[in-house]
Design a protein around this ligand. Structure first.
Ligand code: IPM
Ligand code: MN
Length: 385
């Protein structure tokens, strides 16, 4: 039986719409070639520019559909700049678009932000002597509390901003579920590139912070449920240098929210840059899939943005739909899209400017849509043989 999935597509601002166009091209190619699951795309305008134009970040219809009717959500990026280059903000001081990105994470209880850090063959890494065989980890970032808990504010005295407070909240419940997710993920993988050992690394600052001490105690408790997975600990500051010096050692890494935000940009850098880094915001009932990169206003409208991160986010969406609904055809689609990306990157001739470095410095950069088309065509070739 063919199932139809309703996908809320939120292209957003800047390069968001450009990369999402290509992600949808690839999604359509997978659907047409595999003739399995069907994807009904419901696209909504949203974000900072939309806010400037209408005074709202998105319509009620968009919000309603995204939160209550969609089977999955594909997000581009949000965030706009005004004429003077300043970020557009809401009256409450948050970035225009905040209620979409962070609103969905909190509103849909998407407690795990799963960010694979994999160096594809044919992609330049800044690390010396490191190849695609060395980098294949997943960072699982807590996504509904920590420093992002919306309990913050600025206090004025006599009209002067005197005090700013951000409260970092770590709960047992929040830690438990995201750490369990990390261990389950390790069980589905083949271990670290270095030694094939299933390993979950707890990245925290438990030498100092109470929340991290709780996080690590919960980590140890969960580790007890997974005797087949070895455990590893690192303070977040030290981890940043271990990640650069010995990326092969890491299989799954779990971290509280803000630390996870920071170390996943580091992870993106070693996997070839933000242009190729995807993310899946996952809860028990919903999933929002997006590139790790932002709206990059300076690169918008030029057709130069790398669509690979958005395409890989789409394949994460397909895999998640497959798991959730036991739908083989979604898994096949995910697998095919990933293989198509791997092929195009390995062959090396069709790539955006961000990847024309190192051994690929002489390659003539392709446009966003040329890369999207190459991946989509490869999807059809892989299926039709
Ligand atoms: C990310 C982004 C967001 C975050 C921003 C846009 C609020 O940096 O998804 O990593 O900090 O989580
Ligand atoms: Mn970030």
């Amino acid at each position: 039986m063919t199932r139809t999935y309703r996908i809320s597509v939120l292209p957003g601002d800047g390069i968001g719409p450009e990369v999402v166009t290509e992600a949808l091209r690839v999604l359509r190619a997978a659907q047409d070639a595999l003739r399995g699951a069907e994807f009904q795309v419901h696209e909504f305008e949203c974000g900072g520019q939309y806010y400037v134009r209408t005074g709202k970040e998105w319509t009620e219809e968009a919000e309603e559909f995204t939160k209550r009717q969609a089977d999955a959500v594909l997000l581009g990026a949000v965030g706009a700049e005004d004429a003077s280059g300043q970020p557009v903000r809401l009256p409450d001081g948050n970035l225009a678009g905040y209620n979409i990105v962070l609103g969905l994470r909190f509103g849909l209880d998407l407690y795990a932000n799963v960010r694979p850090v994999r160096l594809f063959e044919g992609v330049p890494t800044p690390l010396y002597g490191v190849t695609h065989k060395d980098i294949d980890m997943v960072i699982v970032r807590e996504n509904t509390e920590g420093l992002y808990t919306p309990t913050r504010g600025i206090m004025k005295r006599g009209g002067v901003e005197e005090i700013a407070i951000d409260t970092r909240v770590i709960t047992r419940h929040g830690a438990l579920r995201v750490i369990r997710k990390a261990f389950r993920l390790s069980m589905e993988r083949n271990g670290a590139p270095l030694d094939g050992v299933r390993r979950v690394t707890c990245v925290d600052k438990s030498n100092l912070l109470a929340g991290c001490q709780l996080f690590r105690r919960v980590f140890d408790e969960v580790a007890g449920e997974y005797p087949g997975v070895s455990v590893d600990y690192a303070y977040v500051d030290a981890w940043t240098q271990w990640c650069l010096r010995r990326p092969q050692f890491y299989d799954v890494v779990v971290a509280p929210n803000a630390f996870g935000d920071i170390i996943t940009d580091l992870g993106a850098a070693i996997q070839g840059g933000l242009g190729v880094a995807p993310a899946a915001n996952i809860g028990d009932g919903h999933g929002v899939f997006e590139p790790v990169h932002g709206s990059a206003p300076r690169h918008a409208g030029q057709g130069t943005a790398n669509p690979v991160a958005a395409v890989l986010a789409t394949s994460m969406m397909l895999r998640w739909l497959g798991d959730r609904h036991g739908d083989r055809s979604c898994w096949d689609a995910a697998e095919t899209v990933e293989r198509a990306v791997a092929d195009v990157l390995r062959e090396g001739q069709v790539r955006t400017a961000d990847l024309c470095r190192g051994p690929w410095a002489a390659v003539q950069p392709s446009s966003t849509s040329a890369v999207g088309r190459a991946i989509a065509e490869r999807v059809s070739v892989l299926v039709e043989g």
